[in-house]
Design a binder for this molecule. Sequence first.
Ligand SMILES: [Zn+2]
Ligand SMILES: [Zn+2]
Length: 912
Amino acid sequence: MKANLTGNQIRQMFIDFFVEHKHTFVPSSSLVPGGDQTLLFTNAGMVQFKDVFLGTDVRPYTRAVNSQKCMRVAGKHNDLDDVGRDDTHHTFFEMLGNWSFGDYYKKEAITWAWQLLTEVWGLEGNRLWATVFKDDKGNIPTDEEAAEVWRSQPGMEPSHVLYFGRKDNFWEMAEIGPCGPCSEIHYDRGPEACDKQDVPGHVCQVNGDCKRYLEIWNNVFIQYNRLSPTELEPLPARHVDTGMGLERIVSILQNVDSNYKTDLLSPLLDTVRELTGHTLEEQAANLTPYRVIADHTRAATFLIADGVVPGNTGRNYVCRMIIRRAARFGGKIGLHEPFLARVAQSVIENYSQAYPELKRNQTAILDSLTREERRFQRTVEAGMSRLDEMLAELKASAGQVLDGLRAFDLYATLGLPLELTRDVAREQGLEVDEEGFRRAMDEHRVASGAGKAMGAMGGEDVEIYREMIEDMQAAGHLSPQGVAYDPYHTLEVEAPVLALIQDGRPVKEAHPGDRVEVLLPQTSFYVESGGQVSDTGSIVSIQEPRWEIRVDDTRKPAAGAVVHVGQVVRGDPLVGDIAIAAVDAQRRQDIMRNHTATHLLHAELHEVLGEHARQAGSLVAPDRLRFDFTHSEAITPEQLERIEAGVNRAILENHHLNITLKPLSQAISEGAMALFGEKYGEVVRTITIGESEPFSYELCGGTHVGETGDIGLFLITSEGSAAAGVRRIEAVTGRGAYDLVQRRFRTLKDTAAILTTSVEDVPEKTQALLADLDRTRKQVAALRQELVAAQFAQKLDSVEQAAGIPVLTAVLPNADAETLRQMTDRFRQRYPSGVVVLGSVIDGRPMLIAAVTDDLVKRGVLAGDVVKAAAQLIGGSGGGRPNLAQAGGKDASQLPQALNAAFKYVEGKLSS
Ligand SMILES: [Zn+2]
Ligand SMILES: [Zn+2]
């Protein structure tokens, strides 16, 4: 065995070995699985390659090697309770893997595994054992291919190749989908490693229950696609997926009997010992707390680096839980002040070479840990003593299981995660109703509107901001009311930057191009509400070198929090810098005009349409306003004109707006318009327009102009139906109205220029032109008719005979139905006994008309039958009177054939 290899070297040797064999090194994906809502955390190396196996993703390589960050906190793979109590269970661990996507297969995978273990790392061949698949149900073929390759490795004892069934040696992704046999490699640590030597009848064996044989590496050979519980089909492309736990192989290569004794984790335990001042003996006597702290701090460090911060649901809950659990175990060994940041520093030092994101996020990691410990400290004593009371009561009543609702209550009010409550209960031989806890948590989450399980971002979001605000209030940076929000009295404030938030996490500084949220102790930026959109503007530092953030949105992510959302356009904003936050004044002025106009419109709708026309939604933007209201009929142009005129009259009367705060009950009894579905506080803001006899009185938190005259001009741009019983009016004011008028004028001027007349004369000139056009059209029609008549006159001279009767068939291009009918009259004037069938094409569509003189009708020649016989050929049908019928069709190209068919039909009829 190679001596003195560090964990970092061993990880790198694995990667280098496979890179030499033409594998592409693929960096570990995040602990937060991308796009996989079913998975809490990345829990295996294959998570980032799942889509390749399913065939829905293609990579530019067919061989890959990786070292994947994994996290397992619950489920069949791990019980948190084991973590810390033994040498091998972890929440966070690393998985080494080599991958073939339809490239090499069993021979190469096994040979390389053998070479790496025996030649590169120098493990003794006779200590290695291999297992291959043999179906215990007898349905799937035995993997003799793998067994053969194993037996052919130099130094492999043939007797060390063992066969195992489905439980150990068959891998499936899910109920259906890719699957295949696997082959495990086990390491024999020698008889002295057995911890069951005293158990009567114990036999050490591979896949047994003692510590002598360790499984170190699993090679999965994906060669089937499972269609149903009993049906497998071979995959066209076969894959290799392998996994080797880094901690375990390092423990073997460093010849230690515990993962915690490897240099991956021992520096963390050393740091804890330095903090406690323990001797090595004292450390050994407190192994569980040491291990829990090392394991959980390492996990939390990696989680925070991947953006998972402590919170109340899903992943964030796990992060919180492991930090609090580590903090509590710290308390057991005398660490009562925040200390996890110190342990995390060891993690960062030890792992940054392989995972540079740790160093990059160092500040966020250390800050988050300490903040979370402080938060826990504030409540832990109360929580623990309350829990002790509950457990004492439980024991007094001879109970065994603590009620889930009570356990949840401990978490919700005193911050004790379920896992901590369970730890304490178990220490006293009791259990907790975990099902009940989860049910209570889900109900609470639904009730608080925090979204579904798995930590919907909305809910987490609120939590992060709420805690940030609480921390700032505790530190005295913010008043108990939170951010002072006043968009009414000024457009500018000067204040220190309290926090910068990037990707949902606090950062100390930002740089040009970064999207950030800025928290100030006060703001004059309006936050979207009551239909009025949020303000935009800028935040600029007052010190040199200046920095500037363009604010394009403002929002309230949690009670007491208002954040400015924008992009750094120059300089490097730093928390603590003093800055001036200024609202875009002109845009705000436009918004205020539209908002006040909305109130005037609302009042005018009551005036013109009646009291039933109540607000059903509104949008107040800088460029327009939109107002939905209940009204079940269309609005007449006359009503619309009266509404628009009424609003403009109120504007010109230049009323002062009276804005006052008063108790809600008073405002309602005075007849203020409150909006259905809006929530109002005890004290409301009221807007009154009109001095002696107010014509508008509304509850409103929006921003308004001082006098109605400020609105300038109000123009309705559209009116229509928004939903059943709801109409919608859109309008513009001020600059928007001026723009609209300008555009209309320009159009009018351009039109006048085209008509070579003055703007005033446009209607008259247009009417004259239309009259002209009408006359011209009539002339064209008359000329066309004359032309057809002239053509027809010629045809009349060359009529054919059928059984001695004159029959005329002819196409008269461009003749309309009326003209054709006139032509049939002319035929009948000329021939007292005869049949005429005429065709024409108008706008590409063929048409036929047939006329039969009355004497021939009596002989059974009916115009309708004639036209039908012809119409078939042009893909149409028709009918009419016995002596005159017409038909339309689709296929104009068949018109001559159709006329021919008509002639034949008449001929046949007359000859019979
Ligand atoms: Zn044993
Ligand atoms: Zn309003």
